[in-house]
Design a protein around this ligand. Sequence first.
Ligand code: SAM
Ligand code: ZN
Length: 295
Amino acid sequence: MTSLLQCPVCREPLLATATGYQCAAMHSFDAARQGYVNLVLAHNKHSKEPGDDPEMILSRRRFLDQGYYNRVSDGINEAISSVFSGLALDSDCSVLDAGCGEGFYLARLKEALARGSEAHRRMECHGVDVSKFAVRQATQRDRTMAWFVASINDLPYLDASLDIVLSVFSPASIPEFARILKAGGSLVFVSPGPRHLNGLREIIYPVTREHAAPAIIEKAQELFAPATVSRITYPLALASNQVIMDLLAMTPYYWNIDRETKGKVAVLERLELDVDVEIRVFKKKSGDGELITNR
Ligand SMILES: C[S@@+](CC[C@H](N)C(=O)[O-])C[C@H]1O[C@@H](n2cnc3c(N)ncnc32)[C@H](O)[C@@H]1O
Ligand SMILES: [Zn+2]
C-alpha cells in the first residue's frame, strides 16, 4: 500500500523510516518506545494532556476486557465487513478508528476481518486518539497496527486516502472525515441508542429521558448520505462494585454528577441496566453532492 499519512507540518505524504515517519521536507516524527507515533504539534495542543486521562482509560480497559460490550463490537464488525464486501474483490482496504481510546474495537475488528469472508484482502488498520495514555494502551493490544496520537480535528491522513472511518462514542469532525475518505468511502458512526445505560441513569437522574438522535444525522447531510442503521440492545447485569465504578468512569456522568450522586453509585454491589447502541453507516458523497454507488 502507498502511504496514507500526511505530514502535520507541510501536508506532504509521510513515509515510514527505520525509526518512525518522515516527509520529503524532512519533518520527522519518531516512534515512542511503546510503538506509537505522536503527530500532534506542540502549538496545536490545547491542554497539557488532552483527551481521556489514565484513570478513565484503565477503567474502560478493565470493563471492556470482561466482554460486556462484545456484542456491540460484533455489530460494528458486521457493519464494516459488509461495507468491505461491497468493494472490488482485489482491492486493499483501509480503516481508521478515530477516537480509538484504548483500542478495544479496532483490535477486535482486525481479528474478525482476518477470520471472516474478507480475509483475502490486504487490510490496513489505523487508530488515532488525542490521549497519549489511550494510545499507549492501544499499542499494547496489537503492535502491528498503526497507532497515532492526533486530533480528529486535524487528522494526519492524505485527502481521499481511506475506505472507512469508524467513530465509536467519540467526538466527530464531519469535514475532516469527508476529506480523508475516498469518494464513496464510509463513515461508521456508533452512538448511544435511546435507552443506553438506563438502570444507571435512573440512579443518577431524578427523571430519565431517552437519548436524543445524534446530531450527526443533520450535520452530515451535506457531505454524506445515510446508508444503513442497526441497533444492538441487550440487558446487562453487573455484579461487583469495581465493574460498576469502571462503567461510571467510562461515561460523561462521572464528571458531571455531584459527590452525593456519585456516592449513591459507589455503594452499589449489583446493577442491572440496558445496553442500547446504534451503528450508522454513511456514504461520502462525491464533490458535487452525488452519492457514488459503483466503486
Ligand atoms: C468515550 S471515549 C471512546 C473511546 C473508544 N472509541 C471506546 O469507545 O472505547 C472518547 C475518546 O475520544 C478521545 N478524544 C476526545 N477528543 C478527541 C479529539 N479531539 N481527537 C481525538 N480523540 C479525541 C478521548 O481521548 C477518548 O479516548
Ligand atoms: Zn512535512
